[in-house]
Design a protein around this ligand. Sequence first.
Ligand code: FAD
Length: 544
Amino acid sequence: MKQSSLHCLEEPAYDKDGTVEQTVLQQLGGIGEDLPHEIFIETVKQAPIGISVTDKKANILYINRAFSEVTGYLPEDIIGQNQSLLSNKSTPRDVYRKLWSTISSKKCWQGRLINRHRTGTPFLADLTIAPMLDKNGAITHYIGMMRDVTASYEAEQRFKNQKHLIESVINLLPVAVAVIDRENRVVLDNHCYKALISDLGIEEPAHHFLALIQEEMGDLWPQTQKNGQGFEHREYRIDRTPKSARWFSCAGAFFNENSIRADSFFRPEQERYLILTLTDITRQHRQVEQMHVQSLKLMIAEDEQLRTIRETLLGAMHQIQVPMNQIKAAEQILQCRQDERQQGLLSILQQIQQSGTEAIDNMQGCLPELPQTAVIPVNLNQILHESLLLSEQKIRNYGIEIIWKPETKLPSILGAENKLRILFKQLLDNAIEAMEAAKIKDMELTLRTSRSGRDLVQVCIEDNGPGIPEDKHAKVFEPFYTTRHKGGNQAGTGLAMVKEIMTQHQGFIKIDAACQQGCRFRLSFPVYKKAGKEARHDRTHQTH
Ligand code: FAD
């Protein structure tokens, strides 16, 4: 677990060694030398800390009132006894060894010993022992100053236990947790969060998700921070490869901690932290996604069916219109001649024309309308991902390697989702078919999204198939043009449709002439720029 800077989780500063460089007498040297001797005596007597004076072997010569209060021993019980009488016999010998080596070398010792109260109850004594020196610098006595620190030790231990408990609990949580301070530093995290660092290959996932949250919340973010409201259910997709794309649900709660700075003692200040939780919802998302893909497949199949019916009817209408035009011309010639003998023929021609017009009208009436799709801000990473899922079966069957290089923070475009899916699916299916026809051994499909300047979002779809000769780069977008051998089941309208959809999105598509091997389509779409509320409202009600 990351070292916490939260004061409740910090180790107490404590000099375990116990050595203090100066003796107490050295510290007091020169101060108050003019005071009457009795004042010094009363100072020691009335000091609120247990004081004892011993000889060089720690035999007690004097104790003050506070000493009796701490230990329970009155002067008559203990004077003449050794200080070891207080020992609970549970302090390690090394501590005493260090104590004696310190004080006998004329230094102050400070540390903690386990003592026993007169009643037999053990207590933790915080002890300072200072040697008293004569004029020649030789030790004559020792002064002991003792406090019972059992209560503060208990509190300290309780803190440590709480810290351990909190750490264990947050480490056991199946969600990643990170605590972030005002300076955006992660001051506490858990095992799950650490695992994310290596899984996602992101140095500080909390920063990555916070940036996404802030971008999405926009103006709401400073307000949320100010009110300390927190947030929840913010879902983000992290793209690595399409197979390992992961989804996370983010929640955040702010909490305030009282400042531990000395200068905030009289004017309490607060430190604010954000507890960020990242829940991996990839599994649930995949299930929802599978259902979504099924409905997309249905929608696309329905769309394709409608387009086929429309094309067939329009073709038939065109077929009828040609002889109809010829009959019309014949009728006009006969009318100009005004020949009585041709009246019968003229009326037949007029009848044919009428039934022809009726047939065309009937067909016109049968033309199915293509459904209007709403134009909304769209993330092309998501649409591309869904298009890949639509062609997943083929990709798996041919063992095609997908190289997925999405721009992490891709701006939205304004578009009709389903049309865009149809567009990408068409390009992917074309690429798969071309690679398969050319019997490419290790088929690869590269999908890349990026931002180009401030105004464009680019999508690049590249295969390692046979490619398209440069002189055909413009032609392939014409209707009914195909590079496939005759007998193929495609009429060559796919790329014409792709181009039409691009035009509807005010975008453009071209085949990259610089592509050495295979075929690389470059698609550019205008970035959706958020306008005021009204403009947004208008746009979401557009349809294609
Ligand atoms: P030991 O430490 O071996 O002690 C055996 C005897 O030898 C004791 O009389 C001890 O005082 C003495 N001794 C040990 N080393 C030296 C040395 N280098 N020079 C001179 N004499 C030595 N101990 C506590 O447990 N609790 C206290 O509150 C406490 N307060 C003390 C206050 C003062 C001012 C001093 C000087 C010592 C204090 N001691 C205290 C230490 C105490 O004197 C013992 O060293 C300790 O209790 C261990 O005693 P022991 O009998 O188990 O063994």
